[in-house]
Design a protein around this ligand. Structure first.
Ligand code: SF4
Length: 402
């Protein structure tokens, strides 16, 4: 008599075979030439570190951000001279310009006299509901969207008293009460952020918010500090949200020059498969079984593929232990053995080459893949998912005879 298993295998049969969750359904909000929310790609943004009124320095930094791929840029507007510089800055840059306002609602009103594309308000320090409403009315009359940017570090006192400390429910209540005030003014061009330097607080706050509202979210871990730890910390905070489908625009906040924030943001989007734009290289860590000079091969491949917008999955493994299996799950793969490489396409071995020819052979296969997919590529670049398209559709098991 067969003994019943202690595991409930039916859980596995009912589990989804294709991984991943859909995105949180949010409204679309237009920020100049970029639309966020809905099914639009998750936009990458950054913030300048210059004095905004130093137009030359601010424009120079924004141009470097643009070159790195930044899609939305924010500048701080703490003084009247910063507001006065906005028109000139806007004229000289190519991406939407966002103004960041703290403390002084008059600075928000002043910024809205210029051709800016979005304004960010911290509701916890803008001076109360009436001042917030004045900014909303002016933003509405100018057709400019607003981010209600809640920050755990500057939450309203009554909410801290009510909840005991700046915890996720307190942050979300802050956002919701200001959303309701904006809606009472007939204003819906809203983006929400719920930032904290504490990863756990930020994750719970955004998850709670997503249960309650559908305005798009700007996600980030504030004051993450200095790279490389800051990048790891940000990824630890944003990946769970992105995998849950939360987040419509992303900022990685790093101490220092903001340009490296852009590559880090795109890496997080690529790794979570929320926005795939470049080749995904799967490479093993190597070990004593290594049969080829994998580091050299991967470095050369990275060099040749640098800057290419090809959402192709390439696996490069150093021996036959996992090589063939990984190669089968990739679009193009290689498994090495005895100084040779077996090249796979769509799970089939198509050729064997000497180690010295591996990189050239992979590049030839990548070019062939690009040619075969040329009609699909525009829809694949910056879209979600990588590799899922290659998962086999399993046949339905035959009904058991009884
Ligand atoms: S694929 Fe082979 S060489 Fe690479 S880590 Fe695994 S066992 Fe080692």
């Amino acid at each position: 008599m067969t003994q019943a298993s202690r595991f409930d295998y039916s859980v596995l049969e009912k589990a989804p075979r294709v991984p991943g969750k859909p995105r949180h359904k949010t409204r679309e909000v237009r920020i100049g030439s970029v639309v966020i929310g809905g099914n639009n790609p998750i936009a990458v943004q950054s913030m300048t570190t210059t004095d905004t009124h130093d137009v030359a320095a601010t424009v120079e930094q924004i141009r470097r951000l643009e070159e790195a791929g930044c899609e939305l840029v924010r500048v701080t507007v703490p003084k009247p001279e910063d507001a006065h510089a906005l028109t000139e800055i806007k004229k000289r840059i190519g991406i939407p310009l966002i103004c960041d306002i703290h403390f002084d609602y008059k600075m928000a009103l002043a910024a809205l006299d210029h051709p800016i594309d979005k304004i960010r308000i911290n509701p916890g320090n803008i001076g109360g509901p009436e001042r917030f409403r004045q900014v909303v009315r002016k933003a509405k009359s100018r057709g400019i969207p607003m981010r209600i940017g809640v920050n755990a570090g500057s939450l309203e006192r009554d909410l801290c008293d009510k909840y005991g400390f700046p915890c996720p429910p307190a942050m979300v209540e802050s956002a919701l009460r200001f959303i309701e005030m904006a809606e009472e003014e007939g204003y819906h061009d809203i983006v929400v952020s719920l930032k904290s330097s504490d990863v756990l607080v930020a994750i719970d706050a955004y998850r709670l918010y997503a249960q309650l509202a559908d305005y798009p979210t700007h996600i980030g871990i504030t004051e993450a500090g200095k790279p490389p730890y800051a990048v790891t910390k940000t990824a630890a905070g944003l990946a769970p949200l992105l995998l849950d489908g939360i987040g419509d625009t992303i900022r990685v906040s790093l101490l220092g020059d903001p340009v490296p924030e852009i590559a880090a943001a795109f890496d997080i989007l690529q790794a979570t498969q929320r926005r795939v734009r470049r080749p995904e290289l799967i490479a093993c860590p190597t070990c004593g079984r290594l049969a080829i000079d994998l580091e050299r091969i991967v470095a050369e491949l990275e060099r040749r593929l640098d800057g290419r917008r090809l959402p192709v999955k390439i696996s490069v493994l150093g021996c036959v232990v996992n090589g063939p299996g990984e190669a089968r799950e990739a679009d193009i793969g290689i498994a090495a053995g005895n100084g040779k490489g077996m090249i796979f396409r769509n799970g089939e071995i198509i050729r064997r080459v000497d180690e010295s020819e591996i990189v050239d052979a992979l590049m030839e296969e990548i070019a062939r893949w690009e040619e075969e997919n040329r009609y699909r590529l525009p829809a694949m670049v910056d879209a979600e998912g990588l590799g899922r398209r290659r998962l086999p559709v399993l046949p339905t098991p035959p009904a058991s005879a009884s």
